[in-house]
Design a protein around this ligand. Structure first.
Ligand code: AMP
Length: 593
């Protein structure tokens, strides 16, 4: 079996990893450590957080730097301040027995003057966010002429956050002869472009599976009425007394509301969203990291910089529109060889969406019943008893009180004492769940399936049967109402309701770009929608079927036929409308003469 020792690391590092409790190298470390130590070319590694990649590049780089030289030899770039601090802390831990190693993190949102002061202490390793580093370069406060290794950590995330230009500037500011180690969870074209332009003779490796698809994550869902979402969340938390997790919400407002309700109801929770100042964010994240907080309610964006490895649960208070986001969320649990659970609370019409996500992440989701009041009371009671069984008893302190206690309680039989102690802790649950109702609702088949089953017998002509079978297919639509015109999902739905006067139109997967909004609609409602927009002269917006390509989702061949037919029908409706308008105008002009 590979050990850290036979990977060639020095004794000081071996002692540190030992002290940190790392028994054996993780797979990424087995591959990357010898490569960095012995090879001379660059590295492109497809790896996610949680796979042990910080030690994979950190340990060999610590081994390779020359502590006697007081200039920056390793530059590590990270997308967020939180990751920057974490990498720097990890490296400090790994080098705690090395004499003279200095590691400095520099990142935005913090006083630049104190960071400049730290730089004057001449670190060998600089960990930086791109924006702050550019600022320091422009102020001529950082010298990168001696950089031998450049690490781009979470390179895809840096590009997602708009750092492409900064990255290119930095890549041009470090010596050409440095070695570059690029780590990324995905390989979009932009990363390939950077690799081609700025890296030499690189080796590519792919480590581990994406966390989301990891066997360590179990995916479960509960189906409730949308109005019972919060009650279901409470029950999920109550049935898991040891929960340490993140509840993901869609909006800042929802995040605030859910966290406030949880706190009011006595849970150890707090919110993380974009309305918090940086010190407030830091304070919430720190409390969560050190487990002073059990539940963090967060938006996807706000949770981006938070890296915690031993979460027991991820709860999707709402399913995200994008499967990628689901993947990111669930990948936050089940890390570092631990088990994790990704829970989704869905409402009755969302179970098709679950099937869609199942297909994309290639995992089966288990439907579970929202626990009853009785289930929760049982679980909480046993949890209390287990804690009682395992509590550490401070004999010295407690012994002095016992004679008085025994005397005071001698009139009570043992059973009565247990009953009373349990009630003391447990009455809150018993009272709350005394008349608890069943929150479960069966997964309602999507409207197409429901109508199919209810009306199947009535569909005896071919047209109707065809229409029924088309109902489950979705068509991607496009409207010239985008972010520039302040489009939001709510505004889009409002507009569609106004124009069609039909609230049963089912809109899904809304995606807003600058000029346009794209969304899915059931195939047999697409024509109704297009016609309503053509007929409506008040609406300044026009709506059409989205062109195939980037925005058009993939449909299988029979759906493609339908999609094509729908396009032709829409076109012919359009031309019919144009012709009838023309005829009307001609008629009017004839009348005038
Ligand atoms: P990372 O992917 O660098 O964020 O690491 C994920 C977690 O795994 C961190 O908490 C590390 O401290 C931990 N870790 C890294 N290497 C090992 C190892 N060889 N054995 C056990 N834990 C490790």
């Amino acid at each position: 079996m590979t050990t850290f020792k036979n990977l060639g690391l020095c004794d000081e590092i071996i002692t540190a990893v030992d002290y940190l409790g790392f028994e054996n190298p993780m797979p990424v470390q087995e591959q990357v450590i010898p490569f960095v130590m012995n090879d001379t070319c660059d590295l492109i590694a497809l790896a996610q957080t949680g796979t042990g990649k910080t030690a994979a590049f950190g340990l060999p780089l610590l081994n390779l730097i020359n502590n006697e030289k007081k200039h920056i030899q390793v530059l590590i770039l990270s997308p967020t301040r939180e990751l920057c601090i974490q990498i720097s802390n990890d490296l400090k831990n790994y080098s705690q027995y090395m004499y003279g190693t200095k590691i400095v993190p520099v990142y935005g949102g913090e006083n630049i003057v104190s960071q400049i002061k730290q730089l004057s202490e001449q670190p060998q390793i600089l960990v930086a966010t791109p924006g702050r580093l550019i600022d320091l370069i422009n102020r001529k406060k950082v010298k990168l002429d001696n950089v031998k290794f450049l690490v781009l950590d979470e390179a895809d995330e840096m590009l997602n956050m708009g750092f492409q230009e900064d990255l290119e500037t930095i890549l041009q500011s470090v010596p050409d002869e440095r070695r570059t180690l690029l780590f990324s969870a995905t390989m979009p074209k932009e990363i390939e472009h950077i690799a081609q332009k700025y890296m030499n003779d690189s080796k590519s490796i792919s480590i581990g599976v994406r966390n989301s698809g990891s066997d360590n994550v179990e995916h479960i869902y509960y189906t409730v009425q949308a109005s019972n979402r919060y009650l279901a969340l409470k029950r999920i938390v109550d049935i898991n007394p040891d929960i340490y997790g993140i509840v993901f919400c869609r909006t800042r407002q929802e995040t605030k509301e859910v966290a406030e309700k949880l706190v009011r109801d006595g849970y150890n929770a707090d919110a993380l969203h974009g309305d918090l100042s940086q010190p407030q964010r830091d304070s919430v994240m720190n409390k969560f990291r050190i487990r002073n907080l059990q539940i963090l309610v967060a938006t996807d964006v706000a949770a981006r910089g938070l890296d915690v490895n031993d979460l027991t649960h991820i709860i999707n208070y709402n399913l995200p529109d994008d499967v990628e986001i689901y993947t990111h969320r669930s990948g936050r649990t089940g890390r570092a060889n631990k088990k994790g659970i990704s829970v989704s609370i869905i409402h009755t019409r969302e179970h098709n969406r679950i099937r869609e996500i199942e297909r994309m992440v290639k995992k089966t989701f288990t439907k579970e019943n929202v626990p009853s009041g009785l289930d929760i009371c049982k679980r909480q009671l046993f949890y209390l008893i287990e804690r009682m069984e395992h509590v550490q008893i401070n004999d010295e302190q407690i012994d002095q009180f016992l004679p008085h206690l025994f005397k005071k309680l001698e009139y009570l039989p043992k059973e009565d004492i247990i009953r009373r102690f349990v009630s003391l802790e447990f009455n809150r649950f018993l009272d709350y769940y005394k008349n608890a109702v069943d929150l479960n609702v069966p997964d309602k088949p999507a409207r197409n399936e429901k109508q199919k089953s209810q009306k199947e017998s009535r569909y005896d002509n071919r047209d109707n049967r065809e229409r029924a079978s088309k109902r489950g297919q979705r068509i991607r639509m496009k409207i010239n109402f985008g972010a520039k015109q302040n489009a939001s999902p709510r505004a889009i739905l409002g507009l569609i309701n106004d124009v069609t006067n039909d609230k049963s139109i089912n809109i899904n997967n809304i995606e807003i770009s600058n000029k346009f909004t794209f969304f899915d609609v059931f195939a047999d409602q697409s024509e109704q929608l297009i016609n309503a927009f053509y007929r409506n002269n008040r609406s300044p917006f026009s709506l059409d079927i989205a062109k195939e390509g980037k925005r058009q989702r993939q449909y299988h061949s029979s759906e493609n036929n339908f999609y094509e037919n729908a396009r032709i029908r829409a076109k012919s409706n359009k031309s019919q409308k144009r012709n009838s308008d023309k005829r009307r105008r001609n008629k009017m002009s004839r009348k005038r003469f």
